[in-house]
Design a binder for this molecule. Structure first.
Ligand code: IMP
Length: 196
């Protein structure tokens, strides 16, 4: 069995492959859209992470006709009623991480409540069933950026129980506790293991 990872981000594809390989030994082969010469990039018009992940999974399934997993992630901030949420990548300006962080810090300037979580939904679709697996990483938004690693909101997010931001952790350290790790682990434990 092959599963297509519905993402054009090679970094994300490698991360998913690596986490699955660490967790279980499976004959299932994970492949990229690039390996099938697929260049689709569906518009993420959903109001929730699950809706967006499903939109991507269905679009890639229609193109490839093999089982697909798609993911959608973002940051939810308690004091902002869950914003930036599905708009995480374009909170201030599309794909401008620095501007998005700046906007968030400004909105929280007078807030004592700094709680937040990163959240990921993975959708599996095989032409018949649509399944959802989620994962979160709770933490808080600090007042100033720290660290140079990672991307997005990493420099202002400190995971619960930690002292360093995601941007001060190595990729390996972050990937052991991240929302994406937890969602992929959930997919392995509650789906892959039963379908080997
Ligand atoms: P995506 O769905 O994984 O592409 O994530 C959408 C947006 O959420 C990204 O552009 C980031 O702004 C934010 N985001 C998701 N995961 C992370 C993370 O691990 N660190 C920092 N920001 C993230």
């Amino acid at each position: 069995m092959k599963i297509l990872i519905a993402s054009n981000n090679s970094h994300k594809i490698n991360e998913i492959k690596q986490i699955v390989a660490e967790k279980i030994s499976t004959p299932i082969e994970f492949i990229s859209p690039k390996s099938l010469n697929l260049t689709i990039d569906p518009e993420e018009t959903g109001k929730t992470f699950a809706e967006n992940a499903e939109i991507k999974a269905i679009a890639f399934y229609k193109a490839a006709k093999i089982p697909v997993i798609a993911d959608d992630s973002g940051l939810e901030v308690g004091a902002l009623n869950g914003l930036p949420g599905v708009n995480s990548a374009r909170f201030a300006e599309a794909h401008n991480d620095a501007a998005n962080r700046k906007k968030l810090l400004e909105l929280l300037e007078n807030s004592e409540n700094r709680s937040a979580r990163f959240y990921t939904v993975i959708t599996f679709y095989d032409g018949e069933k649509v399944l959802f697996f989620d994962g979160e990483c709770k933490g808080e938004i600090i007042r100033e950026e720290k660290g140079n690693a990672g991307f997005g909101y990493d420099p202002i997010f400190v995971p619960l129980g930690g002292t360093k931001t995601f941007a001060e952790l190595s990729e390996k350290e972050k990937n052991k506790i991240s929302h994406r790790y937890n969602a992929i682990a959930n997919f392995c434990d509650n789906f892959l293991k039963n379908n080997l």
